[in-house]
Design a protein around this ligand. Sequence first.
Ligand SMILES: Nc1ncnc2c1ncn2[C@@H]1O[C@H](COP(=O)(O)OP(=O)(O)OP(=O)(O)O)[C@@H](O)[C@H]1O
Ligand SMILES: [Mg+2]
Length: 233
Amino acid sequence: MEIKIKNLTKTYQTKQDAKKILHQVNLQVHHGEWVNIIGRSGSGKTTLLKCIAGLIPVDNLSTISLGPLEMQHATEEEKRDFRRNHIGFIFQEYELFPAYTAVQNVMLPELPYKNKEELSIRAKELLETLMLEHRIKAVPDQLSGGEKQRVAIARALLNNPGLLLCDEPTGNLDRDSRDQILHILKKCQAEGRTIVFVTHDLEILPYGDRVMSMNSGKLEEVDAEIVATNPFP
Ligand SMILES: Nc1ncnc2c1ncn2[C@@H]1O[C@H](COP(=O)(O)OP(=O)(O)OP(=O)(O)O)[C@@H](O)[C@H]1O
Ligand SMILES: [Mg+2]
C-alpha cells in the first residue's frame, strides 16, 4: 500500500495550551517498502503513526492518503473500516484488554465480523509462530512485557494487513525473540506489505529500506550508515 503524506501538521489542544508536535511532515512510502523512523523520546514518532492510521485528527491543510483512501475526505466510519481491513497497528503500550486471554485478545477486533472457530484457529497459529503457544490462555496481567508485545504483534497480523504500523514492537524482547519477529515482518514485506517501523534500536535499521529521523516534529531522511555511528547528532 502506498502512503503519501503532505504538509502534515499536528497540534494537541489541551485546556491550558496548544502544542504543535508535527511540523510540515512530508513522506512518501512505496508499496512494499519498509521505512524505519528513529528520533528522540517525545519527538513525535507515535503521534505520526497515529495520524497515519487516522486515529487522531490532524491540522487543516494536512493531507494523508493510504492507497485509495484520502484521509481528509473520509468519514470516521470509513477510516475505521479501512483500519480494520488494511492496517495492522502494533502499539507501543500494547493496548491489550485485561479481562481477555492472549488468544481472545488476538481475535477480538475481528470477532463481530468473522466466524469464531476460523478466527480462533488463525489466532492460535499466529501465537504459535510468535512462540506463545504455551501462553494462549493467560490474561495480560500474567504475561511478561515481551509476551504482551508478541500478543499485540499477533493481533496486528491477524487480518493480513497491507500496511503495518509498528511502534517499537521489539523494545521489550531479547535478541533472539527480536530477530524472530524481524524475520516474520521481513516475510510480511516479501508478501507485498508496506511497513513503517519506529525504533530506538539501531541494529534493526538494516532490515529496512530507508531511515527517516524525527527531530522535534520535523521528519528528514538520513543515511543509515551515518546514523549507526552518530544516532542523534
Ligand atoms: N494526547 C496528547 N495531548 C497532549 N500532548 C501529547 C499527547 N500525546 C502526546 N503528546 C506530546 O506530544 C509529544 C510527542 O509525543 P509522542 O508520543 O509522539 O513521542 P514519541 O516520539 O513517540 O516518544 P517516545 O520515543 O518516548 O515514544 C510529547 O511531548 C508528548 O508529551
Ligand atoms: Mg512513542
